[in-house]
Design a protein around this ligand. Structure first.
Ligand code: 0O2
Length: 209
C-alpha cells in the first residue's frame, strides 16, 4: 500500500530511495573527510565508525500510521526526517560537538533541527546528539535537497542504546519485569554518562601535558 502510494505520485520507488542513498553518501563523505583532517592536525581520528541505513518500508509505514501522515510523496518527504539515517560513533564527547560544529558550518548543509540528548538526556537515559539536516544532491538534470538524520554518539551511548532498543521491542515480558529492566537501564545510562565524563577528563589532562 505504501509502495503503491509512492508509485502513484509519479516517483518510482527505486528513484525515491536513491535520493536518500545519495544523501547518505554525501554526508558520510563529509564526516570521513573531517576524520582525516583531524588526524592531519596530529590528533587521533575522532570517529570510531559510521553506520548508515535507509529506513525500511515497514518502519516508514508504521510512522505514516502513528503520525497520521498523508500517503503521498510530498507529505512523506516533508514529515519523515529519518528515511536517511547516519550514525557517527566517537570515543569522546567533545569530539562529537567539534565534528557537529564543523559539519554544520559547511555552506551546503542546512540545519533543520538539533536535539541535544547529551546535555538533556531523555527520561529513560537515552543520550545522543541528533541533527536533522538537508543536503543537496546533484543529479543529471537537477539539484535536489534531501533530508537526513545524523546521530552522533559515544561508544558507551551506542552500546546502551542498542540494548535499550531490544527492550523497547520486547513486549512478551510481564510489565513488572519490563519496569525493573528499564530502571536498571536508567542506572546504566547514568553510570555510562559518568564514565564518558571521566574518560574525557583523563584525555584532556593527558593532552595538556
Ligand atoms: P529506529 O529503529 O532507530 O529507526 P521522530 O523520529 O522525529 O518522529 P522523535 O522521538 O521526536 O521521533 O525523534 P528522536 O527523539 O530524534 O528519535 C529518533 C531516533 O533516535 C529513533 O529512531 C532512534 O534511532 C533514536 N532514539 C530516540 N530515542 C531513543 C531511545 O529512547 N532509545 C533508543 N534506543 N533510541 C532512541 P526510531 O525511528 O524510533 O527507531
Amino acid at each position: 500500500e505504501f509502495l503503491q502510494s509512492v508509485e502513484n505520485n509519479m516517483i518510482p520507488m527505486q528513484q525515491f530511495f536513491t535520493y536518500y542513498r545519495c544523501a547518505i553518501m554525501e554526508i558520510e563523505t563529509k564526516f570521513r573527510v573531517l576524520n582525516e583532517q583531524f588526524s592531519l592536525n596530529g590528533e587521533s581520528n575522532p570517529i570510531e565508525f559510521i553506520q548508515s541505513r535507509i529506513k525500511s518500508y515497514g518502519s516508514i509505514f508504521r510512522k505514516i500510521m502513528t503520525n497520521h501522515i498523508p500517503r503521498n510523496v510530498e507529505a512523506i518527504e516533508r514529515d519523515i526526517n529519518d528515511i536517511a539515517g547516519i550514525r557517527v560513533v566517537c570515543s569522546f564527547v567533545q569530539d562529537i560537538y567539534r565534528l557537529a560544529d564543523c559539519f554544520l558550518r559547511q555552506d551546503d548543509i542546512t540545519l533543520i533541527e538539533k536535539k541535544d540528548y547529551i546535555n538533556n538526556p531523555k527520561p529513560n537515559g537515552y543520550r545522543s546528539l541528533h541533527l536533522i539536516v538537508a543536503v543537496p544532491i546533484f543529479l543529471e538534470n537537477e539539484k535536489r535537497l534531501v533530508k537526513a538524520e545524523v546521530q552522533l554518539r559515544t561508544i558507551a551511548m551506542d552500546f546502551w542504546a542498542s540494548l535499550e532498543h531490544k527492550l523497547r521491542y520486547k513486549k512478551d515480558l510481564p510489565p513488572y519485569q519490563l519496569n525493573l529492566l528499564a530502571d536498571d537501564l536508567k542506572k546504566c545510562a547514568d553510570q555510562s554518562a559518568e564514565w564518558d565524563r571521566r574518560m574525557q577528563d583523563i584525555k584532556n589532562i593527558l593532552e595538556s601535558n
